[in-house]
Design a protein around this ligand. Structure first.
Ligand code: KG4
Ligand code: ZN
Length: 317
């Protein structure tokens, strides 16, 4: 609900910025710049952030830096890896997987990017969310499916990977989503789904034990098989991209990068290049990643002026 989202932004932005300065024990006078997301995203929410940042920049005389949301997901990993003493080596392939994006980029040292492939239909996180909704697990779907998939057999349901003509580095998840829907329709799951909805109404965040009490083995198997297929689809194309470019690292970021199955599968591949994930707190959307992406721009003096516009579909490459 975009309209509600922008109103919530409007309500939250002043107290959130105030709290950030307070907890950071800093003030406006100490800020080198103000970094703000200019796109892509819901345009109403982008406008709230951008207008607030412009006003602050103008009133306080602090330079403004416009950041692409997706670059934030990439640069959070680059900054964190550097701080941990194991810097990302370039060229890198970046897989950005969230509720809105499933994109593969070539990322170069000078923070320039080339789009290698993207989803033709649903984003990976969206597929998690739709499957969870279909089976009565609420929103967001990724964390609960991740939590329950370990209790099912990932080979129980033989879902297959998408086969497509054209760019071999594009993704597709709508076929898999339809396969889960068909699996569900072939059985009568209405009573177990109803029980889960009742659980959700009584406990907004059920524990694994609570979910397991209302979820039979066959449904755990379908969750595990669905997650296994998404992971295979993601890693197969990301690894193919990294190999074809002779990339020196693979970066995986965005909300779906929290997925423990994806992290374990990437570790198990024994690849010739290292795979970098953000710490879980920096995987889903956050403000620190926008500051991280602004840092190299600050060093290069790449500032925005007050004419910078919010762009719902701002391309990275
Ligand atoms: O990056 P993000 O916070 O927001 C967007 O820009 O979309 O990503 C949110 C998405 C949701 O679709 C959510 O279901 C998914 O990330 N997600 C996960 C996990 N945690 C969050 N998907 C799979 N496994 C997880 N553990
Ligand atoms: Zn995001």
């Amino acid at each position: 609900m975009p309209e509600l989202a922008s109103r919530e932004h409007l309500r939250a932005i002043v107290p959130v910025v105030r709290l950030a300065l307070e907890e950071g024990k800093t003030g406006y006078a100490e800020l080198a710049a103000i970094a703000v997301t200019s796109g892509p995203g819901l345009v109403g929410s982008l406008l709230v952030g951008l207008t607030f940042a412009k006003a602050l920049s103008f009133a306080r005389g602090i330079p403004l830096i416009a950041v692409n949301h997706i670059e934030g997901h990439v640069q959070a990993v680059v900054l964190e890896a550097k701080q941990q003493g194991t810097p990302v080596e370039f060229p890198a392939v970046a897989l950005i997987v969230s509720g809105g994006h499933t994109h593969l980029f070539e990322a170069r040292e000078d923070s320039s990017y080339r789009l290698l492939g993207k989803t033709r239909d649903d984003a990976a996180g969206e597929a998690f969310d739709k499957v969870a909704k279909l089976l009565g697990f609420g929103y967001p779907g990724g964390p609960v499916i991740d939590q329950l998939a370990v209790f099912g057999n990932p080979r129980a349901v033989p879902f297959t990977l998408a086969r497509m003509k054209g760019n071999a580095l594009d993704f597709s998840f709508s076929g898999l989503k339809t396969a889960v829907l068909r699996w569900t329709q072939a059985r009568d799951l209405s009573s177990e789904i109803r029980t889960r909805k009742e659980l959700l109404a009584a406990h907004p965040r059920p524990t694994a034990e609570q979910w397991l009490a209302v979820t039979p083995h066959s449904t755990l198997d379908v969750l595990a098989s669905f997650q296994r297929t998404v992971i295979e689809e993601l890693l197969r194309r990301a690894v193919a991209a990294a190999e074809s470019l002779a990339a020196r690292s693979l970066i995986i970021s965005g909300g779906v990068a929290c997925n423990t199955g994806l992290r374990a599968a990437a570790r198990d591949q024994s690849l010739v290049f290292p795979v970098f994930f953000p710490s879980p707190a920096l995987s889903t959307d956050n403000a620190a990643m926008i500051a991280a992406a602004a840092f190299p721009k600050l060093a290069r003096g790449e500032f925005a002026d007050l004419s910078v516009a919010a762009s719902a579909n701002l391309p990275l490459a």
